[in-house]
Design a protein around this ligand. Sequence first.
Ligand code: DP6
Length: 352
Amino acid sequence: FYRSNRQHLSAMFNEIDWNNTPKEKDEVTVRTPVNIAVIKYWGKRDEKLNLPLHSSLSVNLSMDSMYTETSARKSKDTVFCINGKIEVPTKRFDRLINKIRADHPESNVDITTHNTFPTAAGLASSASGYAALACALKLLYPTSGNVSELARLGSGSACRSTAGGFVLWEKGVEEGGKDSVSRQLYSEDHWPELRILVCVVCKDEKAVPSTAGMQSTVQTSSLMKHRVLHVQQRIEQITEAIRLRDFPKFGEITMRDSNEMHAVCLDTYPPIAYLNDTSHQIIRSVHEYNSEKGEVRAAYTFDAGPNAVLFCEEKDLFEIRDRIKSKFCGEGGRVSELVECKIGCGPMLRAS
Ligand code: DP6
């Protein structure tokens, strides 16, 4: 019995339909998903606008345990409260609000935002966080332009959390970034058997933030130049694997792309190493499992940190989870938490 993420949340939330311009509101609460790239974004051609060197493709996690919830209301002053603490708005936040103020000069917002998972630990908190902010601002102060463009100004990967299911962020060619936007390729219902297992290895903030890491890679890595040449072909291949729900193909491309991104990080000078010993042991264990099965049934991917995100189909989930549990969890275990998710829908608006 499969219940989609949208159905699961529908008692309290409605999916936002940007095609039918939502009515202007004074107060909103939105929930946005974490997305995990299977074809990674690493490297920018424009740092102010977060325009990438190449396109990327991601999957949203269902919003049962990992998501951002943001409440925002129009107010006299702008106040920004994140995870219970009043914070000085960041430069990235200013980029978003300034874009809104181009159409609504007087706009100010009182924002309270909350992540259900560790911030800045390579668990894509900036993605769901800025996606939530972009959605909330656009609902309070409707503007022309794509919501993913607004989210992208906060954090590149955030633009992929503004749509549901399998999402493509096209690099675009325009200088101003109008066409560097994301769109849904397939909805969350397309592949209901797909499961995601997040293995939390480390909750600390990452040593090298993505923005700085990417900058250094673009300046110093020759392998990056090679990557840029073939990413597009990989995107086409994985899109076809998703269309056919071909797990072995999907899994292999996902692992190869993660490995390549981390190879590019190591090729950066000085090198950037996001993976730790546990990450490498998980990688080995996934390959062992696949060779026992004679085909790819589990796949890993890593963002800018040591936490592993595993993909598999529902039929193999228990076996894979038990294996990870027995090898890496328990007393003195190196994996402190395992979070199971399905494919998630796009941003949701709390019903008033
Ligand atoms: C490794 O979106 O955090 O997670 O645009 O500088 O904010 P900025 O970077 P960010 O980078 C994410 C990089 C990644 C890969 C990915 O999500 O595609």
